[in-house]
Design a protein around this ligand. Sequence first.
Ligand code: NDP
Length: 341
Amino acid sequence: MSQQAKRVVLVSRPKGEPKASDFRVEEYALPAPGQGQVLLRTIWLSLDPYMRGRMSEGPSYAAPVPIGGVMEGGTVCEVIASNHPGFVRGDIVLGRAGWQTHALSDGKDLRKIDAALGPVSTALGVLGMPGMTAYTGLLDIGKPQPKETVVVAAASGAVGSAVGQIAGIKGARAVGIAGGKDKCDYVKSELGFDDCLDHRDPDLSAKLKEACPDGIDVYFENVGGEVFEAVFPHLNAFARVPVCGLIAQYNDTAPSVPKWAPSLMRSVLTKRLTIRGFIVSDFAARHGDFLRDMSQWLREGKLKHREFVTEGLDRAPAAFMGLLKGANFGKQLVRVGPDRA
Ligand code: NDP
């Protein structure tokens, strides 16, 4: 019998929160690489909030996963067979194999990982797409100045944890917003943010006023919804708001215009706010700067990160559903296979 591989496919487009029945785990025969191809074995799969968008149809910056298609995702893989001149068996590569144990690739979407920079899983986190999102969104749009106040939500997560620490490295004051005491304690004591507030606190807006006595100069937006409503009255004149993500709204199938929208528009005008959305790929030209700075800060101990590992591909759907509700504590990864076969 041929060797079997496994994949997770999209069965139905969720209405509101995704549920287990929207996914199916399938087995299939391990494919053989053709000429110019490599066969990959997945070690690490990254789970990221953007995947909720790929499950839905409708206008977006990227095409949806088709029904019956393999869920998309960034991966760290080992090359286990190669008919490609650029790769040999045993190479560890960053790519987009998706939610599956094995995949074929023509090599165009693969980058060999420099293991000297850190553990290979960091290529999906602090030294990968989320880290680059934090670095470029904060430095190129937020432009924090020494002594300014930077606020970031989802502060214990992959992007937010790096945003606050980079703000600190640049001499700004970092205030996080996170879900619950454990995450807030970690953000302050381990990551060194100046303060961290719980977004479940009904007095979040008043607490922000106390934590940011000089107002907010940069708000790095990861969440949207009620957190943004609490933050925007405290923005200073000429504040910058890099709009990175709106996770509180991703399951919202019937969005309505909030009652505070006119008040926000008045603030944009009178306070001359800059609110700019971005996708990390907009800043692809900054990848070299990002890797140089972030790997140096990691080596120097100025940048800390935390991984939240789920064991086994079968558990990816449950882990993803948890990620959308804050069940992860750090960068959400799935260990699909051992480091070395
Ligand atoms: P995280 O590791 O931060 O995980 C998501 C976190 O979001 C949860 O742990 C939870 O933290 C928080 N959250 C979920 N629902 C809510 C809610 N209703 N209110 C407040 N917080 C909530 O994810 P990432 O760091 O990977 O991503 C953070 C954001 O950045 C996302 O919005 C994502 O879409 C965006 N992003 C955008 C990119 C771009 O190119 N523009 C690229 C990468 C990410 P808690 O328990 O603290 O509430």
